[in-house]
Design a protein. Structure first.
Length: 555
């Protein structure tokens, strides 16, 4: 097959226009084009009155070699690459006939799901340990926080089947380098689990929470059919490590119940909020280091304002859907402020996993038809910003980032006046450094509710002063890119502290811990992913590395 890229057509083109464009681009007769499929569809919104769709198309046609020779040197007409997934190995049917220990995967978010799926497809029958509940039970507990202000610390937005990505916009794109087309494997598995086929070709695919729930259940069932085992409400309280020949090796895990599971290969597919597990691993001497992350607020505007600013007269076009945005500002105090996890037509949600703390995040359904757009507006911070020992140089304790997060999450609970209500302010008041007393046209979507306050009291605000100053400067700057962004009654809700893991459980090129053999740090919690797609890809790569080690050492 041949692949054509950068094929441009008007936004509202006729149904047969794409086929005609393919024929014209290749200079062939219509009868020579046997079939074609859309591999990718995006849009160019720079000229709002004349928006165009941009297609990448795979074509099957007669005399393919001759056509390809005619376009030699044309970078936009090439052979379609082989994107079929290739397994690194396959275990024989009797591989576990003896006492051979099975690989263990800790965590069943996107990374853990794909690590377990690949291992199961290779015949390696993983045991998955998830501290939270099955996704439908977990959904009830999560709604319990949102509707009744009742938090279950082991079953919430952060913990449970599907991970934090279940209660998000369900974004399925990433900027990671992907020469092996592993993102295609992720998308294909999602489609087989019930995702709409359009995620295979739209430029910014998403699923939404309700669809993710049913998909996760189907993927769990597939892992189990292939011999995997998923155990819920199984919190890992310790790892068993032995020293042999001067090297440390993992030999199993201990559950909170006291049960021990023998394992020589353990995948740490932790989420970024597994703070107690991070502390346990640090105590056991597993190498980890502090890393940068970001803190800030959620901002809400009417979705119609964003649609009009981004799409102009084409706002509301069903092909385009609800508009998103991506913004960056470099503040005068040296801080970078940027939009994070933008959720078109979505809601701001309570995302804490610890009592008496407030954390915000964003979520959308597949339809993206809620009245508000929301996004994190966050400021980058470094380990030196959050170190707790008062020093100005030297390594930072990798657990200090968690301490820092907890300080501001507790402060948010205090400013929200309890009940997991979040502190909020109107953008106009925030810029003017004054307390908000009444809402305008924008009604915040966060549940259990928002308490209007002064988010930016110097020395007593909801974030460090340097973050407040940077965000206050950035909001009017973003107005120059998105008209209406700094509208006075847009709402800021705090705090957004869990943009990524505050530490990295560092691994080598073999994907194993730097100082504990057989331990495979993976995904967002280990500091190697950010979002559903990159976490899924990392889970695949870690499973491949683990599979190679198991199969090679068994031969």
């Amino acid at each position: 097959m041949l692949r054509i890229t950068e094929l441009r057509l008007p936004l509202n083109h006729a149904e047969d226009a794409l086929r005609l464009a393919v024929v014209a681009r290749l200079g062939v007769q219509d009868a020579e084009l046997k079939s074609f499929t859309v591999f990718k569809r995006s849009y160019d919104a720079r000229k709002k009155s004349a928006m165009v769709l941009i297609y990448t198309v795979d074509c099957e046609l007669d005399h393919e070699a001759a056509v390809l020779k005619r376009f030699e040197g044309d970078t936009h007409v090439r052979l379609t690459p082989d994107m079929d997934y290739k397994f690194v190995g396959q275990a024989p049917a009797d591989f576990y006939a003896g006492e051979r220990p099975r690989p263990v995967v800790i965590g069943f978010g996107p990374c853990g799901i794909f690590a377990a799926l690949i291992l199961a497809q290779m015949g390696l029958r993983p045991i998955v340990l998830e501290r939270g509940k099955q996704v439908r039970e977990r959904t009830k507990d999560t709604w319990g926080l949102w509707r009744q202000s009742e938090l279950n610390p082991e079953s919430n937005v952060q913990f449970g089947e599907g991970g934090a990505g279940t209660f998000s916009d369900g974004k399925l794109w990433s900027q990671i380098s992907d020469p092996r087309h592993l993102t295609r494997k992720v998308l294909t598995e999602f489609v087989q689990a019930g995702a709409p086929e359009e995620i295979l070709y739209v430029s910014k695919p998403h699923i939404g929470t309700f669809r993710l729930v049913s998909m996760v259940i189907k993927m769990r069932a597939q892992i189990e059919v292939l011999g995997g085992e998923i155990r819920f409400q199984q919190k890992v309280s310790d790892v068993l490590i032995e020293t042999q020949g001067g090297d440390k090796h993992v030999r199993g895990v201990v559950l909170e119940s006291g049960e021990q599971i023998r394992a020589d290969h353990v995948v740490l597919a932790l989420g970024h909020s597994a703070r107690d597990t991070f502390a346990m691993l640090h105590e056991r001497g597993v190498f980890m280091e502090a890393k940068p992350f970001s803190i800030g607020y959620r901002i809400e505007h009417p979705q119609s304002v964003i649609d009009k600013a981004r799409f102009g007269p084409n706002a509301g076009n069903p092909i385009l859907g609800a508009a998103d945005y991506k913004l960056v500002h470099h503040a005068s105090n040296g801080r970078s402020v940027y939009s994070f996890c933008m959720c078109p037509g979505g809601t701001v949600v309570a995302a804490t996993s610890e009592p008496l703390r407030v954390v915000t995040n964003g979520m959308s359904q597949y339809s993206r038809n809620e009245r508000n757009a929301n996004a994190g507006i966050v400021v980058g911070i470094s380990p030196q910003d959050y170190r707790q020992d008062g020093k100005h140089e030297g390594p930072v304790n990798p657990l200090d980032g968690m301490v820092f997060q907890r300080i501001w999450e507790s402060r948010a609970y205090e400013l929200g006046e309890g009940g997991y209500r979040a502190p909020g302010a109107l953008v106009g008041d925030f810029i003017k450094r004054q307390r908000s007393k009444a809402l305008g046209h924008v009604e915040p979507s966060y549940k259990p509710g928002v308490t209007l306050t002064d988010l930016a009291q110097p020395g007593r605000g909801s974030l460090p002063d340097y973050a407040l100053d940077a965000i206050r400067e950035a909001l009017p700057a973003f107005e120059r890119q998105i008209k209406g962004f700094s509208m006075t009654d847009a709402v800021l809700t705090g705090v957004e502290t869990r943009t990524s893991s505050p530490l990295r459980i560092t691994r080598g090129r073999d994907y194993q811990s730097l100082n504990v053999k057989g331990l495979y740090p993976a995904g967002e919690g280990a500091g190697y992913a950010g979002g559903i797609m990159s976490a899924g890809v990392d889970g695949i790569e870690v499973a491949e590395a683990l599979g190679r080690d198991v199969l090679q050492n068994a031969s």
